[in-house]
Design a protein around this ligand. Structure first.
Ligand code: CP
Ligand code: NVA
Length: 302
């Protein structure tokens, strides 16, 4: 593992190694043990979109590991004035030990990885959100004791979260069911790969997807950069692509709920279901820290 651009690049062993390490690092922190696995290492954190969890958890994670994170707003960098990514990659590789980037195009990350000589970590693109799904898988395993054989259902837009949940869920050995409207399906190649395993379905029938699910996941209908489509999307998703009582009713009685946050009450999830599962959802938010520390240790560590 040289970079974390998408979970599709990982082997099953690499995935479980990261989850095991994330659990170990979480335990250490809870016991007050802060081992400096990344002493004096510096992570550049480039953002061209907003963030609460990703920014804070990466910065705190680097600090807890004995290193440092530097927040870089892309608009304040020469990158924002047109300096090529391939030059930025070669310059930053001379100063930093790794780059975490949140941006629009997945190809920008691929270019950073190609021209730079340090690990590149995907902090969300329009295509995937791998760090989030590592935290989701860690949380699900904590609550359910395993991942293999569980049914995970995603309801909503076929966006970065849907794509990473399919990649990660299938790799972990789960059954994955997605309910997405025809207008907003997940990535075609990701869907084809998942279908080939025989453990994936894609449907417009929300209750079919949710039936007997162990885990229900949803996300905002209009992602960052899609705000202009919010009203159109409300008409397509509204009253249908939502985690609510009817959906919980057909899932397993002990089904858990995950949401990467921020959440939009009465849109993709009802206030009632959100609050009933708030502990699981905020465990998921916490696990961003632990899961990302595992990624940092594996990629930036000796
Ligand atoms: N879930 C997530 O990535 O949150 P932020 O946008 O706050 O980083
Ligand atoms: N799909 C959402 C996730 C936010 C963490 C977005 O890209 O805005």
């Amino acid at each position: 593992m040289k970079h974390l651009l998408t979970l599709a690049d990982l082997t099953k062993e690499e995935l479980y190694d990261l989850l095991d390490l994330a659990d170990q690092l979480k335990k250490e922190v809870k016991e007050g043990v802060f081992t400096p696995y990344l002493k004096n290492k510096v992570l550049g954190m480039i953002f061209t979109k907003s963030s609460t969890r990703t920014r804070v958890s990466f910065e705190v994670g680097m600090k807890q590991l004995g290193g440092q994170g530097i927040y870089l707003n892309a608009n304040d960098m020469q990158l924002g004035r047109g300096e090529p990514i391939k030059d930025t990659a070669r310059v930053l590789s001379r100063y930093l030990d790794g780059i975490m980037i949140r941006t629009y195009k997945q190809s920008d990350l691929e270019e950073l990885a190609e021209y730079g000589s340090i690990p590149i970590i995907n902090g969300l693109t329009d295509y995937v959100h791998p760090c989030q799904v590592l935290a989701d898988l860690q949380t699900i395993r904590e609550h359910k004791g395993k991942l293999e054989g569980l049914k995970m259902c995603f309801i909503g837009a076929g966006n970065n979260m849907a794509n990473s949940l399919i990649n990660g869920g299938i790799l972990a050995g789960m059954e994955v069911a997605c309910a997405c409207p025809l207008e907003y399906l997940p990535d075609e190649k990701i869907v084809e790969r998942a279908k080939a395993t025989g453990r994936f379905i894609l449907t417009q029938d929300v209750l079919e997807a949710a039936k007997d699910a162990d885990v229900l996941v949803t996300d905002v209908w209009a992602s960052m950069g899609e705000e202009g489509e919010a009203e159109t999307r409300k008409k397509i998703f509204g009253g249908k692509y939502q985690i609510n009582d009817a959906v919980m009713e057909v899932a397993k009685p002990d089904a858990m709920v995950q949401h990467c946050l921020p959440a939009h009450r009465e849109e993709e999830i009802t206030e009632k279901v959100f609050e009933a599962h708030a502990d699981e959802i905020f465990d998921e938010a916490e696990n961003r820290l632990h899961a990302q520390k595992a990624v940092l240790v594996r990629l930036l560590g000796e």
